[in-house]
Write a protein that binds this ligand. Structure first.
Ligand code: ADP
Ligand code: MG
Ligand code: ZN
Length: 483
């Protein structure tokens, strides 16, 4: 009998925090500064210097802990994780080990079929980033320590993920949550969000987990998915061939589309963790936690479900709206404007945003936050269309002018005489002339060439420069053709 396997996956995600200064010194965290200018004796690891904890780091991680339903430890400590690498000037990284500040939480993901699944969060802890080694220049290796000491949070999931698509959804949920909280910019290309994948396989029905392999160097969502799919296949083949899976760290090679061995897995004891003697325990009181709740906005999945419910838009539309918080804000502002005019066609707003607005944002490469068109103008345009005052073609045609002049769409339509003609007598006359002038096509239509309806409707629209109400045109054309 053929054995079926399932994958068991846990993710470790590092998020770089948007604090102005580093975790344990006052240096700037600004990305892209000239190499080694954002440094001081503390983050360069000079002997005799002492770290001071950045309060902002604690504020941000507590918000993340609350947003992911974690318990927040009243007292937690820092530890030293010792290893040697040129980008780590102290020879150790300040991290948390035994008592991470946040633990035992979960985050919800929405699976393709709409069901919700909880992915457990084992722990979220604070640590500092290392510097950057630069090997790819045609000279000696170089070192840039601007990143040394930049604050990170590490979010460790339970092994609750079962497929590459679940991993994708989980990572997306983490990314959106840190972005909604405003604590990380979520940029995987710049390395502000980094993800290591732990993966094992087991025969379906077996309770015990298989031996896990860790994959590093995943700098995009696509690579996370591809690496998982590759690794599941590789591990199943190994097991089927009677080989043991060895616990190891592998690297994803995005050019060859394969994982390759980097080293056999190091164990916690290799790092000789011990308590950081230069920092006090971190104390988080209940009052502090209560105060922090004020900074937690409605989170992405909740917002999506509410948008679907409150504005009756499809799941697909709501997903696009919430992908960027500022776009969801913009959508809701347009809807509120419509509401104030007793118009309820919110689906027209989401259509308009998904097509025209997103296209312009993509062209300008900005987010909705920087979109300088008042939501009430979009609402007015949608209203004109919903009321049959203009056709969708005219709406699209005048949109560039609305954008350029910020003028009221109603005024533009009136001034340019673009109001849709719904005068049935007027339309009837044009249709009648067209029918009389095209007896051949009428004959063909009647003998079954239904697609000629488009020819007649199109001709009327052309004749009226797009101003005839297309619904009425279609009705009248049909009336004549089917007479
Ligand atoms: P380590 O001590 O090797 O770093 P951890 O217990 O800290 O291992 O787990 C690291 C990550 O690996 C977590 O996200 C966890 O969910 C995941 N993980 C643990 N065991 C397995 C397994 N057998 N298969 C897949 N993932 C696992
Ligand atoms: Mg670990
Ligand atoms: Zn510094």
């Amino acid at each position: 009998m053929e054995i079926k396997y399932e994958a068991v996956i846990g993710l470790e995600v590092h998020a770089q925090l948007l604090t102005n200064s580093k975790a344990f010194c006052g240096c700037s965290t600004q990305y892209g500064a000239y190499p080694n200018t954002n440094t001081c004796p503390i983050c360069l690891g000079h002997p005799g210097t002492l770290p001071t904890l950045n309060k902002n780091l604690v504020e941000y991680i507590v918000r993340m802990g609350i947003a992911t339903n974690c318990k927040i430890r009243e007292l937690s400590t820092f530890s030293r994780k010792n290893y040697f690498y040129p980008d780590l000037p102290k020879g150790y990284q300040i991290s948390q080990y035994e008592d991470p500040i946040c633990h035992n939480g979960f985050i919800q993901i929405e699976l393709q079929d709409g069901t919700l699944k909880n992915i457990g969060i084992t722990r979220i802890h604070m640590e500092e980033d290392s510097g950057k080694s630069i090997h790819d220049l045609d000279i000696d290796s170089l070192i840039d320590l601007n990143r040394s000491g930049v604050p990170l949070i590490e979010i460790v999931s339970e092994p609750d993920i079962r497929s590459s698509s679940e991993a994708y959804l989980y990572l997306m949920a983490i990314k959106q949550t840190v972005m909604y909280l405003g604590i990380c910019n979520g940029n995987m290309e710049e390395g502000s969000l980094r993800c290591d994948v732990n993966i094992s396989v087991r025969p379906i029905g077996q309770e015990k987990f298989g031996t896990k392999v860790e994959i590093k160097n995943l700098n995009s969502f696509r690579n996370v998915e591809k690496a998982i799919e590759y690794e599941i296949k590789r591990q199943i083949e190994e097991v089927e061939n009677g080989n043991l899976i060895v616990q190891q760290t592998r690297l994803w090679d995005a050019n060859k589309n394969e994982t390759k061995i980097m080293r056999t897995k190091e164990m916690a004891h290799d790092y000789r963790y011990f308590p950081e003697p230069d920092l006090l325990k971190v104390k988080v009181t209940q009052d502090w936690i209560d105060e922090s709740r004020k900074y937690i906005p409605e989170l992405p999945l909740n917002r999506k479900l509410r948008l679907m419910n409150e504005y009756s838009i499809p799941n697909y539309d709501a997903q696009i709206m919430i992908e960027d918080k500022s776009l969801a804000d913009y959508f809701e502002k347009c809807c509120v404007e419509l509401q104030s005019k007793n118009e309820k066609n919110y689906k027209l707003v989401s259509n308009w945003i998904m097509t025209e607005v997103l296209r312009i944002l993509a062209e300008k490469n900005v987010s909705a936050e920087k979109f300088d068109l008042e939501p009430k103008l979009i609402a007015e345009l949608v209203e004109l269309y919903a009321e049959d005052v203009i056709s969708s073609r005219i709406a699209k045609e005048i949109f560039p002018e609305i954008l350029a002049t910020k003028q009221s769409p109603r005024k533009i339509v009136e001034e340019k005489g673009l109001i849709q003609n719904s005068d049935t007598g007027f339309i009837d006359e044009i249709v009648k002339k067209l029918i009389d002038a095209n007896p051949d096509n009428v004959e063909k239509y009647r003998s079954g060439r239904n697609n000629l309806l488009g020819f007649f409707v199109g001709s009327v629209m052309k004749e009226t420069q797009g101003k005839a109400n297309p619904k009425i045109v279609t009705e009248i054309v049909k009336k004549y053709l089917e007479a």
